[in-house]
Design a binder for this molecule. Structure first.
Ligand code: ATP
Length: 208
């Protein structure tokens, strides 16, 4: 099974690319979704988080309140590290389970959407990295339209991530998302034709 990381900065269009890729029949696993799954109600992950950080991280409904957890850990780097050390193995475990299910269902390639792939040094865990990129003004405009954040807040988030030039350089395949959604669909089609599918053929797994 070939696993391709899909990454990109805030507002670059990762999730949009992920849903386009899925439309062409290549399964996508989202690291954000996995990170929610491992602390869902009744999980070992949630029990460990509550044991370590206290029940004040729970909302009134007894579920994890991610905002409250963020308040507890973001002001304290040691706690943040502790949380990451707790969740990363659970996310990895869940990823392997989902990957095995997809493999048993006959899939030979999958895309793993990981926003902080480079920041968390995860390149070595995938067979190739697809980076979605767009110019900073375009990304800021998209995020503002979606979230009502102020430009300065978006820029602060951009500054907290790896810089765009480095991200582009580290890509095995780059999708430039400065145009409209039709352009993006064409770029995804090109990526599937020229990058993913030929790799599959090289593997002798499946002809297109
Ligand atoms: P984040 O890291 O912030 O979650 P992302 O990289 O996953 O962002 P998306 O959520 O895919 O980015 O895109 C950000 C916003 O921009 C969305 O509202 C999406 O619909 C829109 N968008 C993405 N690409 C295009 C495009 N080519 N044309 C117009 N809108 C776009």
């Amino acid at each position: 099974m070939q696993v391709f990381g899909l990454t990109g900065g805030i507002g670059s269009g990762k999730s949009t690319v992920a849903s386009l890729i899925e439309k062409y029949g290549v399964p996508v696993i989202s690291a954000d979704e996995l990170s929610r799954m491992v602390v869902a109600p009744g999980t070992r992950g949630l029990a460990e988080v509550v044991e370590t950080f206290g029940s004040e991280v729970l909302g009134d409904n007894g579920e994890l309140d991610r905002g409250k957890l963020a308040t507890v850990v973001f002001s304290d780097p040691a706690k943040r590290k502790q949380l990451e050390a707790m969740l990363h193995p659970l996310i990895r475990e869940r990823f392997i389970e989902v990957k095995e299910v997809l493999e048993q269902a006959g899939n030979t390639q999958l895309v793993y959407e990981i926003p902080l792939l480079f920041e968390n040094n995860l390149e070595h865990t995938v067979d190739g990295v697809i980076v979605v990129t767009a110019s900073e003004p375009v990304r800021i405009e998209r995020v503002i339209a979606r979230s009502k954040l102020r430009p300065s807040e978006v820029r602060r988030r951009i500054d907290a991530q790896i810089d765009e030039a480095t991200r582009r350089k580290k890509a095995d395949y780059l999708i430039v998302n400065d145009g409209d959604l039709v352009d993006l669909q064409q770029s995804v089609e090109k990526m599937l034709r020229e990058y993913l599918r030929p790799l599959k053929d090289d593997d002798g797994v499946q002809e297109l």
